[in-house]
Write a protein that binds this ligand. Structure first.
Ligand code: PLP
Length: 441
């Protein structure tokens, strides 16, 4: 199959653009950041995707995280097929949603959990609950942390550190971000300053447990407590809730279901946590949960309203449950082994080609920045050489490796990434690194 054989994707993209803005149903699927035509995929099996032109790619996106076990895992598929045969949505409670909630409660620090359909819904609802529980209105977040397209969280930093945010996109009214404070990640002094000035108004601070949406930027560790334990502590001291967004890290960065509490790493406990991606097994399922005392404020037990027609959908919960049950220690050990091989080979290839870069990890998650490190926050990440990444991305794509079409994303692996898949990646790296070198600004 010739590398230029992308006629099917090009034709579908042309049709899609006639009926859908930008031809995609989520902006990150477009190739705007790297140029070119998005590949329309027909099928996936294990670590591989096949596009509508019949080209095969090793998948390093894994649906942006959910496909921890690879595509079309036979046991997940069998469970889903059985569930579908029994009916797809009842609008009543069902057994799979109880089982999935029990699994989440067993594997994470949350005591009660509410199932929803997307990570955005989870973070939006967690913030509403934090405001309802505390009777306060201000929310603190970090630049470069993405929590879904919640109006109040699509915010950019105001003109000063303790100044309220401005809308990050047209369509978000100023009033929606007027109660949001946006701070630089890993910056303790900035956090202390806003708590000193607004502490009695802060309902919650929300952070990715280990940010993956500006590339992977682990929380700083320090003797006496890392960044997350510092955040948990300052929230506790000011009566604010600490919300750990584990939509990306949850059940992906470690088996525990969450990253920051991964034993040796940190010792903090969030009041609320949000989950998504892996826990839906490739279907729309997400969750937010936390301390029983906080969750008791949620309707119908409490007075904070939250609802969803398809929340806890039996097919989505069946897929999520099957995935979590198959996510054994060996799966995470495999991700670590394969990740280490890919990280080392990528770094070696880029170094040989003379491309400045840094590889950063959080648990089994990792990403490659095309700039010098360490990368501790969004300003650091923004130094990445997007032109070099675009050249690298297209060389890998032409060699049959599907990387995230953006320089600011984690690379995702699955338990199905076997020797054949890894070999395809390693073989593609030297030429891609040379392409990146040639494109370096
Ligand atoms: N929170 C984090 C950390 C995420 O990475 C994402 C999505 O990438 C979300 C929330 C939003 O999830 P969803 O896209 O399911 O709405």
């Amino acid at each position: 199959m010739s590398v230029s054989a992308t006629a099917g994707s090009a034709a579908l993209f042309a049709r899609a653009k006639n009926v859908t803005p930008g031809g995609v149903n989520s902006p990150v699927r477009a190739f705007n950041a790297v140029g070119g035509t998005p590949r329309f995929m027909r099928s996936g099996a294990g670590a591989w995707l096949t596009d509508v032109d019949g080209r095969e790619y090793v998948d390093l996106v894994c649906s942006w995280g959910p496909m921890l076990l690879g595509h079309a895992h036979p046991e997940v598929q069998a469970a889903v097929q059985t569930a579908v045969a029994a009916g797809t949505s009842f609008g009543t409670p069902t057994e799979p949603e109880v089982e999935l909630a029990e699994e989440i409660v067993a594997r994470t620090p949350v005591e009660r959990v509410r199932l929803v359909s997307s990570g955005t819904e989870a973070t939006m609802s967690a913030i509403r609950l934090a405001r309802g529980f505390t009777g306060r209105d201000v929310v603190v977040k970090f630049a470069g942390c993405y929590h879904g397209h919640v109006d109040a969280l699509l915010a950019s930093a105001g003109s000063g550190l303790a100044t309220f945010a401005v809308p990050g996109t047209p369509g978000v009214p100023e009033s929606s971000t007027a109660l949001t404070l946006v701070l630089p990640y890993n910056d303790r002094a900035a956090v202390e300053a806003v708590f000193a000035e607004h502490g009695d108004r802060i309902a919650c601070l929300i952070t990715e447990a280990a940010p993956g949406n500006m590339g992977v930027v682990p929380p700083d560790s320090a003797p006496g407590g890392g960044f997350n334990s510092f955040l948990a502590d300052i929230c506790r001291r000011h009566g604010a809730l600490f919300v750990s967004d584990e939509v990306m890290t949850g059940f992906r960065a470690s088996r525990q279901g969450h990253w920051g509490l991964d034993g040796a790493i940190e010792g903090w406990a969030p009041d609320l946590m949000t989950f998504g991606k892996v826990m839906g097994g490739g279907f729309p399922a997400a969750a937010f949960g936390g301390r029983a005392e906080v969750m008791a404020h949620l309707a119908p037990e409490g007075s904070v309203y939250q609802a969803g027609t398809l929340s806890g959908n039996p097919i989505a919960t069946t897929a999520g449950l099957a995935t979590l049950r198959l996510a054994t220690d060996e799966v995470y050990a495999h991700l670590t082994r394969v990740g280490d091989t890919i990280k080392a080979a990528t770094s070696d290839a880029l170094a040989l080609a003379g491309v400045e870069h840094v590889v950063q990890s959080a648990g089994t998650m990792f990403s490659v920045f095309f700039t010098g490190g360490p990368i501790r926050n969004f300003a650091d990440a923004s130094r990445t050489d997007s032109a070099a990444y675009a050249a690298f991305f297209h060389a890998m794509l032409d060699a049959g490796v599907y990387l995230p079409p953006s320089a600011y994303e984690a690379w995702f692996l699955s338990s199905a990434h076997d020797e054949r898949a890894v070999t395809r990646i390693l073989d593609a790296l030297p030429a891609a690194a040379r392409a990146a070198a040639a494109a370096t600004a």
